[in-house]
Design a protein around this ligand. Structure first.
Ligand SMILES: Nc1ncnc2c1ncn2[C@@H]1O[C@H](COP(=O)(O)OP(=O)(O)O)[C@@H](O)[C@H]1O
Ligand SMILES: [Mg+2]
Length: 299
């Protein structure tokens, strides 16, 4: 039923969606992965964490990366951030090879990475001050970013006084305050409860609309991958490689009502099929032990 919509055929069926992608591809490439491979040595021999990864991210594009655990998602984002280096291949930012970390790439991780001894405002001011911006100007800018994530009432609070979702909003504001070319996010909402997570997806979409920034977002959540993305990079494991790059034919701005849109469901079904191929061994059957209290069958 869900497979009825052949994703690539939307170009004929939905000119508006096709036009949106033409606009995206007409924009300059901000980030390029060129034949990136990363091998690790392990006790059991070399591990191909990533093999021959190629993709482009266009300016203001929202890319999500999804794949099974161990397919190299974190390795990829660490290489993009310059925290790790490919064994072969190259990362280009605005056409220039990346050789280490830099303020042109902002990072937001799952774990809370704020400085616990600094207030929200001081956390957000930290990057710009380190870059040499004067304190008055840094404070003004910080307040704007804090306002953008809706936390102006909490500017003088410390991280431990905030909820998980609020802390991640501060982490986003702190990254954006450095005015990065691209925001790299590694499962940033992975530790949040479902309701907060969905709220955060809404905030992130608004922020992305209002700020001149490109986003590459790693997730293992199918709905999140579809909801946020222009395109989804689906990785496969062992070796970590690009399985498919999917254009999401769901119009923007997105809203939770679209979770039931046939285009949304078809995209989600396609990723699910790639990540869990039919017939794949799923789970071991548990030994059946009938508890004494269960006197009738529930199935
Ligand atoms: N520093 C390392 N040393 C050895 N092996 C590593 C290292 N980092 C990651 N790996 C291996 O590379 C593969 C990809 O890991 P990772 O990037 O963390 O995957 P993901 O984030 O998709 O779960 C895994 O098999 C993992 O064990
Ligand atoms: Mg990971």
């Amino acid at each position: 039923m869900l497979q009825q919509l052949d994703l690539p055929s939307y170009k004929e069926k939905e000119p508006a969606v096709a036009e949106r992608f033409e606009r995206i591809y007409a924009r300059p490439v901000v980030l390029e992965a060129r034949s990136v491979s990363r091998q690790f040595e392990s006790a059991r021999g070399p591990v191909d964490a990533l093999r021959d990864i190629n993709f482009n991210v266009h300016r203001r594009e929202f890319i999500t990366v999804i794949g099974p655990s161990g397919c190299g998602k974190s390795t990829l984002i660490r290489i993009l951030a310059g925290l790790d280096h490919p064994t072969s291949g190259q990362i280009l930012l605005d056409g220039k090879p990346v050789s280490g970390p830099g303020p042109d790439r902002g990072m937001v991780f799952q774990g809370y990475t704020l400085f616990p001894w600094l207030t929200v405002k001081k956390n957000v001011m930290f990057g710009p001050i380190s870059k040499g911006l004067g304190p008055t100007r840094a404070e003004q800018d910080a307040m704007q970013w804090i306002q953008m994530v809706g936390l102006e009432k909490f500017a003088d609070h410390y991280p431990h006084q905030l909820s998980g979702g609020m802390r991640q909003r501060v982490a986003i504001a702190r990254s954006l305050a450095n005015q990065p070319r691209i925001l790299l996010m590694d499962e940033p909402f992975g530790a949040l409860d479902a309701q907060t997570r969905s709220q955060m997806q809404g905030y992130l979409q608004q922020i992305w609309q209002n700020v001149d920034v490109t986003i590459l977002f790693i997730t293992h959540d199918l709905d999140e991958a579809v909801y946020l993305a222009d395109r989804i990079i689906v990785l496969a494991a062992h070796p970590g490689r690009v399985n498919e790059i999917i254009e999401v034919p769901v119009p923007r701005p997105r809203s939770p009502q679209q979770f039931m849109d046939p285009r949304f469901l078809a995209t989600r079904a396609r990723i699910s099929e790639l990540i869990h191929p039919p017939g794949e061994h799923r789970e071991e059957k548990l030994p059946l032990i009938r508890m004494t209290l269960a006197t009738d069958d529930v199935l």
